[in-house]
Design a protein around this ligand. Sequence first.
Ligand SMILES: C[S@@+](CC[C@H](N)C(=O)[O-])C[C@H]1O[C@@H](n2cnc3c(N)ncnc32)[C@H](O)[C@@H]1O
Length: 219
Amino acid sequence: MNASEKYIEDHSTRQTEALEWIGKQTHIRTNHARMLTGAVQGRFLKMLAEAVSPKNILEIGTFTGYSSVCLAMALPENGHLDTLEVNDELEDLILEGFRRAGLEKKISLIVGDARKSLERLRQEILHDKTRPEYDLVYIDANKREYPEYYRLVFDIVKKGGYIMADNVLWDGKVYQDPLPADRQTAGITAFNDMVAADPRTESVIIPVRDGLNFIRKIR
Ligand SMILES: C[S@@+](CC[C@H](N)C(=O)[O-])C[C@H]1O[C@@H](n2cnc3c(N)ncnc32)[C@H](O)[C@@H]1O
């Protein structure tokens, strides 16, 4: 952690015990702790979600459940969060974290490829009018697939609802000239271009950590 990150963390509200546990376990039990949403971005996600007042949230890319817990902390008593993760080896750790946060009844973990899960959720929501659309969607899975997630999710977000996508600055690669040739950068730049050109949305990229695209579905 550099000096500015330390100062910001020291002067922001501390993470809860359950989040601290998830963070520690992520470092001990996985090799990908860099993917973890940290205490500062986690607090920001929670507060941003609270401002949106969602009743139904969808998260694409659970990893160890840190951001799921932050987002679910913003839900009302009868609110719900669905979270999609392809790596079934993380299931025990994820569910234990939800339990420690006291949020196990409010969060459903859906294990499998997000694109397949999204196809299924689309069928359910678009054809069963009693099943509510999402008020807030958080995209944080495979960077190559961001455009596909956006296309799949758009119709199941409520009009006036929000989509947030993480890592949209991709360590500055999205504005390098020439653009790096990797598929992750291509996925994120295609996503950001698609959102910026979409007349159905209002959007702003917030330069928190690796960039958060904050999108409102206006029609
Ligand atoms: C950056 S991590 C998510 C971090 C998490 N949101 C957090 O803040 O703690 C990305 C996750 O997406 C998952 N993932 C990647 N491709 C996926 C796919 N097609 N379907 C579902 N999950 C996927 C990865 O296994 C990984 O756990």
